[in-house]
Every structure is written in C-alpha cells, then in structure tokens.
Design a protein. Structure first.
Length: 431
C-alpha cells in the first residue's frame, strides 16, 4: 500500500511530464497565432480531429484491461497490442473511405492531405500506448516523465525547423507527427517495452482482454464522437475560419487542463483498482483526487478566467472579439474537471458496461444540442454545453454512483467548491 508521501512523489513525476508538454504547446500556439492565419488552424483542427478520434479509442479502450489484470505477463501485453492494431487497421480503412466520400459530398477538402500524412500516427499510438500502460501499471511515472520531456523536446525542435523553412500549415502537421514518432523511438531506445511481438497466439488471453475491454472500447467510440463533435459541427455551421479561432483558444485554455488532469488520472486509476477491496483506502484515495481537483485544477481555471483579458491582449487583434468565448472555456474546463473522475470510478469497480450504457443514453441529445446551439453562435453553444454537463453530473450520482463505495458528500465536494469559487468570482467582478 502506498503512503501519502509515495503518492505525492509519484504524482510529482507525472505532473512534471504533463506540465512540460503543456507549457511548450501553449507557448507554441500563442506564437503561431501571430504567424499563421486562423484558417490554417481550422484546417489542422479538422485533420487532427479525424486522427485523434481513432487515437482516443485505441489509447483509452482495450489497454485499460491491463490495469485490471493483477499480474500481467508478456502475453497480456502482446494480446492487447494485437487487438490495438486490429482496431487501428479497421479505423484506417474506415477513415480512408470517409475521406474518399468527402471529395464528392463535402465542399471543404483542404484537410485531406494533412489527414493522410498523419494517418500512420494511429498505428504508432496503438504500439506506444501498450508500452505506456505497462509503465503506468507498475507506477513507473519517472520513466513516463522522461518520455514526455524528451518527446516534447523533439516536438519543439520540429516546430523550430518548420518555422525556419516557413512551411505554413505543415508546421502544425509535422510537429504533431514528430511527437508520436519521438515516443516510439524513445520507448525502444530505453527499452521501455512490455510486449515482444505484434501477433498473439493465445486466443484465451486475447478473449479475456476483449471481454473486459469491449464496453470501454464502445464507450470510447461514443466519447470520441462527443469530444470532436464540436469540431465537425462548427465546420459545418460556422465555417473553418471560426473553427480556427476556437481551436487556438481551446489549446491555450481547455486542452492544457485536460492533459494535466489526465496525468493525475494515470496515477489514481491503478491506485483505485488496487484499493477497491479496502473501502476505507478506496475512499481516501478518491478524497485525495478531489483535493487535487479543488486546490489545483479548479483554481487554475479561476486564475485563467481572471487573466483572460490579458491572454486576449497577447493574441493577435483578430481574437479580441472572442473574450467571452475564452471566459466560457475556463468555466467549461472547470465542469470537465468535476465530471472527469466518473469513468475511472466505474472502471476501477469493474462497471464498464454501466458506463457504456450511460454514455449511450445522452449522446444523441447532446449532438442535437451542439448542432442547433452552434447555429446561433459559438458562445451559445458553450453555455449550452456547460448547462447540459452540469445537469448530467447532478443526476449521475443517483444513476451511477449511489451504490458504489463513494459517499455522497465526497462525490459532490469538487462541484460544490467550483460553484462557490465561481459564484464569488462573478459576484466580486460586478463591483
């Protein structure tokens, strides 16, 4: 059992890893906003969303089965890698057909070549994640931090080279691919490998991981639809240029917080799995996650909200009209921090099927909401999303959490803290 000091020590490595990349990427996009037009960011956002849709399913689906395995052996990793590559191959074929169809049915085609260039990243992610989840399972967060720092250095170098040669849109494309390839090289260079071959001959082991992971896989397909629905819908309703402005603001505000929070979840998910047979320890681990959510992540969103006029001033003059959007993204980031632990709670307790059904129920209403509110405007869409997710969070306790190990006061503590802090912030800002 890890003591508090051990948890903080390991969390420090995980946070350093995420923080380095977050700082690098935020500074890069602040700079590039002065170099590239919003239209280029919109095209890149559309292309990379097609890739990240598949990557999200591959990275966060079947590999979670390894975390649930008490003492995984090499064959476990080989089996998940084999299943991951099958998923990647299927998605690559599906995306190829989708791109082919878009040439005939969609007016916007500038995203096609960047998407095709980035498509191999889906297969690289399938390999990388299996090795990374092995490090995560063994709580080797120092190694994960090294991977993140070195790959971030490669990412920054590729940015510098492509800016020097004035490659325009391809600055974004090349740097994105470099990050994934750098992780692949470093994993093999430092021998952080947990699988030793692509093909798994043990059908029993493969089936074991598939049976556990199939509902997570299904849930990740749906959450990927929801995660990137705004990109595709905004493209259709407001245009690629508006998408470009929106994408830059998301990468400065929303994405850094999500990346940093995911770094924390990498530690807490295996901790919750290990402590699920000890109710007291499980509740204590969850309470610690809530404290970090309150005093670090919610407070970060508040600081960004307060500093939003300064951030807008740093961006080009064309972004000045998006100050309200920036503030809404800060609030939306706080809502995501509040909601995020739901999946790891249910996964840690082996309730992946329940969470899949939960996501399935609200997907269509949310997509309809995004479409119609985006037709009105970007800020209307964000306000609707914030309200919808708060409603989901409130009812999720009665549908998903009430019969678990989590006490009601503990579950709502982060939400309560966020409401109080933002209420006071908005109240004092009116004086």
């Amino acid at each position: 059992m890890l003591i508090f000091k051990d948890i903080i020590g390991k969390l420090t490595w995980s946070s350093i890893a995420s923080l380095v990349y977050i700082i690098v990427q935020s500074l890069v996009f602040l700079y590039l906003s002065h170099v590239l037009p919003a239209l280029d960011f919109g095209i890149f956002s559309l292309a990379v969303s097609f890739i990240l849709f598949g990557v999200n399913v591959i990275e966060n689906g079947l590999p979670q089965s390894i975390i649930q395995t008490e003492k995984p052996i090499t064959e476990d990793y080989n089996s998940v890698l084999f299943l991951n590559f099958k998923t990647a191959l299927f998605y690559a074929g599906f995306l190829g057909l989708l791109i082919l169809g878009s040439r005939f049915f969609w007016a916007e085609t500038k995203f096609i070549y960047p998407t095709l260039v980035l498509l191999p990243c889906v297969f690289v992610a399938a390999y990388n994640k299996v090795q990374l989840v092995g490090l995560q399972k063994n709580l080797e967060f120092k190694a994960i931090a090294q991977l993140e720092i070195l790959s971030s250095a490669a990412y920054l170098l590729s940015i510098a080279i492509t800016i020097y040669y004035d490659l325009g849109l391809w600055i974004l494309v090349v740097s994105f691919a470099t990050k994934y390839l750098a992780v692949l090289v470093i994993i093999n260079l430092f021998n952080y490998k947990y699988s030793d071959k692509l093909f798994s001959s043990d059908k029993v082991v493969r089936n074991k991981h598939w049976q556990f992971g199939k509902f997570i896989q299904g849930e990740k397909i749906i959450t990927s639809v929801l995660s990137y629905a705004d990109v595709f819908i905004i493209t259709a309703t407001l245009g690629v240029e508006i998408l470009g402005f929106y994408d830059v603001l998301k990468r400065i505000i929303l994405r850094p917080i999500i990346l940093l929070y995911n770094g924390v979840e990498q530690l807490f998910y295996p901790l919750l799995v290990e402590s699920r047979s000890d109710i007291k320890q499980y509740v204590e681990n969850y309470a610690l996650l809530n404290k970090l959510s309150n005093y670090i992540f919610i407070n970060i969103t508040v600081v960004l909200y307060v500093c939003s006029p300064i951030i807008i001033q740093i961006l080009p003059a064309s972004y000045e009209s998006f100050l309200a959007t920036l503030k809404l993204l800060c609030i939306f980031a706080a809502v995501i921090v509040v909601m995020n632990p739901i999946d790891i709670i249910l996964y840690s307790l082996g309730k992946s099927k329940l969470f899949f059904k939960w996501i399935l129920i609200y997907t269509l209403p949310l997509l309809i909401l995004i479409y119609f509110t985006s037709c009105i405007g970007l800020d209307t869409m964000l306000m609707s999303l914030i309200s919808f997710y708060i409603f989901l969070y409130l009812i999720s306790y009665f549908i998903l959490i009430r019969k678990t190990l989590i006490p009601v006061w503990s579950y709502f503590s982060t939400f309560g803290y966020a409401v109080i802090v933002y209420f006071l912030l908005i109240l004092f800002s009116n004086f």
